[in-house]
Design a protein around this ligand. Sequence first.
Ligand code: FAD
Length: 286
Amino acid sequence: MSDRIDIAIIGSGPAGVSAALNASIRKKTFKIFGSKEISQKLVKAHKVNNYLGFYGKSGLEIRDEFAKHLESMDIDITEDKINNIYSMGDYFALMGTNNNYEANTVILATGVNFGKPLKGEEEFLGRGVGYCATCDAPLYKDKVVTIIAYNKHEESEANFIAQVASKVYYIPMYKEEVEVDSSIEIIKDTPVEIVGDKLVEKLVLKDREIETDGIFILRDSISPGQLVPGLQLDGNHIDVDRKMSTNLKGCFAAGDIVGTPYQYIKAAGEGNIAALSAVSYLDEQR
Ligand code: FAD
């Protein structure tokens, strides 16, 4: 467990990066969690014409500018996926894939990549369905585990759990070549439904079924309700006010996750407001 920080920023897209710059300028202790690639949604944009000051640039070029900006301010992105955040009253406990953290305030800037849950996913959550294979690995000693992975980065999670499980099935939901340990069986098929009685028993795919004790669904982001229990939602988005405050004291949100329009400049602007609101909140607590 690391020392308690002032602000934990979850997500490294324009909203999270903008929040981090402002947290740094206001001299708060903080961490920004995500990927050093910043955001796939930025990398993949062919041409961006509506971000102030970057007319005609590609998403990749703007990503590089964001990275340079972070570097100039000595801000480092912590490459850890945050799987759960619990409000503990006057602080937050964060469970990451690699480490656990504590923070006085949280800014949720996770974007909206979580997609529709699989049939049976919510029903069997905690009863065989999980979102962090490395965290739950001890529960699956000598058992059969299935990993549904939406990003190549998750291959290390599969390799890790393969050291304890009796069998690992790996279902890649991405296009890149799969490079996992030879003991892992790769299945290229589409998951349809999770089936069981009290606990998970099998995964139904489009073309076959597999018997499994555990299923880890590793998406780029986790739906906000699953990430932070008790968070008030507005449909699939987080309910916030004009200060980007959520219903949980000390918890703020910004970017696509709080609603449309899904735009870089809106996300960056909201990240700025969320950071300044977190700073005011921290100063009031003194
Ligand atoms: P994101 O950019 O989605 O960033 C979220 C980040 O948080 C990701 O890196 C993710 O991996 C990370 N993350 C999520 N959950 C966790 C977790 N639990 N722990 C750690 N990290 C986590 N908008 C425009 O204004 N103009 C355009 O021209 C434009 N073109 C686009 C082109 C494409 C192909 C796409 C897909 C989108 C485009 N958009 C455009 C929309 C724009 O990409 C989004 O509005 C913007 O990226 C939202 O920023 P964000 O910070 O809210 O989230």
